[in-house]
Design a binder for this molecule. Sequence first.
Ligand code: C2O
Ligand code: CU
Length: 478
Amino acid sequence: MHRFTKAVSSRRAFLASTGAAALLAGTGFTLPASAQAGPREFRLRAASGKARLVPAPYPDTAVWSFNDSVPGPEIRVRQGERVRVLVENALAEETTVHWHGLRVTNAMDGVPHLTQRPIAPGETFTYEFDALDAGTFWYHPHQRGFEQVGRGLYGPLIIEEAEPVEVDREVTWVLDDWRLLKDASISNDFGNMMDTGMAGRIGNTVTVNGRVPETFVVRSGERIRLRLINAANARIFGLEFAGHRPQIVALDGQPVEPHAPDGNRLVLGPAMRADVIIDMTGDPGTRFQVTDAFYQRLEYRLLDLVYADTALRDRPMDAPIALPANPLTEPDPAVSERHAVRFGGGMMGGGMGGGMMGRMMPGMRHEGVWDINGVAARGHVMDPMLTLTQDRSYILELTNDTAWHHPIHLHGHSFRVLTRNGAPTRFREWQDTVLMRPRERVEIAFVADNPGDWMFHCHILEHQAGGMMGVIRVASSA
Ligand code: C2O
Ligand code: CU
């Protein structure tokens, strides 16, 4: 597989201009007047287009994107606002948009056939929801996600706190991983059996905000709030900021007690987000590497932090970094009903019957390779694996019976991660996507306070397509 090396690229600072303004530039994305009453209105148009993912001499890459931009435009609103998004489908196939991590009403969740009729080519669908929780979220199609997201359909969705923490600069990095051919075109082998049964579609070109990054310019003394979003189909990131001590202040949009990542490596599975506060403690004119060291022996340099020649201030800012809590309902451990959920399948799982080989049949592309509680999903409409009662507390005991990592996502709710392999987690973090290691056991707890049929699936999109998906029904008490 060809790898796009940094050597071919110019030393231009692609990331010197990030943030909303840069993302909005040239996207035809209009912000409504702030004084306007009623919902904040946005328009997204899904269509095929071109993007300059890799620098010259490579050509542009044919992509599918929102508003002709990869990532799609940043949707940014204030907590408590109502949001309306008109999604026009200019693709040649059906689509939907899912607002990942947002606790929307079920009909607005963007799951084809389960919560809505898919948006046909040429049609427009209007989504409307309240921005309940402040934080870092994102949006992407839920129809054939392994190809639609993989070709570039995704974008950041930021909900600002009423009183954000004080920083010098706020930056969003949407990370993606592409499998490109030598002519910089996207490899068409979506959904192949090898990717599906193993680690998913791992690519050869990592982008930050749709570009192969080179440098990111910072200033001594600067405090940055970095919002990281993993939009890759399958790649797990393990970011290390040489010479720096990033503090995690939110995971999957939800505030967490500020802390340094374990071993100073920030691990982010597909669909997961982290907000980190980084004090730029280097000297003017110096340079530090940001590396991704998640996969053993496949470590690479993501980009360099490059210090400008003049300092912003002499010593780091002295201001609290903890974020205000979101209005989540605390699960009651005393009345929690427990359910066991087992994730199975894939290659090298041990045991032919439970492994993929036993399920492979001629002509079958990628279905039925993975399962939850023994059931492999074939599409989004299925009998609920669990039926929960609205407003009751639940603990799910998740067991990864496979040889692979799985980032497991629940729609419509955030949950607390209570234990890993029986040991309590340090921060009981709220997440909407929990990364499970091979063979790991994880307990999560939440209040089933959002009625409807909600997807519960692996966010390695090839695993999802291969069957690792279920429906959890929250039966309305009304
Ligand atoms: Cu990010 Cu079911 O999706
Ligand atoms: Cu998986």
